[in-house]
Design a protein around this ligand. Sequence first.
Ligand SMILES: Cc1cc2nc3c(=O)[nH]c(=O)nc-3n(C[C@H](O)[C@H](O)[C@H](O)COP(=O)(O)O)c2cc1C
Length: 209
Amino acid sequence: MSLINDLSWRYATKRMNGNKVSADKIESLLDAIRLSASGFGLQPYQVFVIENPELRAQIQPIAYGQPQITEASHILVFAAWNDITEEKIDAFMQLVSETRNVPVEALADYRGAIAGSMLQLPMEVQAGWAARQVYLAMGTALAAAAELKIDTTPMEGFVPAKLDELLGLSEKGLHSVLILAVGERDAANDYMANAAKVRYSKDELFVRM
Ligand SMILES: Cc1cc2nc3c(=O)[nH]c(=O)nc-3n(C[C@H](O)[C@H](O)[C@H](O)COP(=O)(O)O)c2cc1C
């Protein structure tokens, strides 16, 4: 299975060489993220695609000086919704209706299932649920990038409140959850480039019943 080869090839790249990833490959990566699964299909997030070097230089100290932020070709900031509201659910139902060419009224049960399980939750729980969907999108991105032979670093190592402030995310009803640095490995200077993958054995990881 070629995906296994791709996943063996990828690693969380510590040093990148500044080379640009082609626009075609970036668009394919964004297409894959767009196709990620999410709870109810709601996609409760937005992804900020940041190429601007000055902005990335401002983000670097917020990410504890990690070099990939400026050595990458692009960074993607995955930001989750702060809450799930009637308006957001209705906007999504409208999209379902238009995409599948069914009247909104025919989607009442679907809408009810989302509203019934989401709207009564405290806002922090809604935000946490939204953030979990971001992690799934990140997983999709990592696999897709590996298939495209793009190097990546998934990153939680940053101060979310500071990044939110810099990017004005609160005003947009969003909070930053993850950064994905996207670029090309600097194999000669990356101590992780040839490191063996550390993973539990299948006997330890899987409980077959
Ligand atoms: C949610 C998440 C956050 C991570 N944050 C960082 C980070 O801030 N900086 C970094 O260099 N690597 C980060 N990593 C990379 C992990 O350390 C790496 O994926 C793990 O050690 C497994 O190695 P591999 O991805 O190279 O196979 C993160 C990984 C994940 C999944």
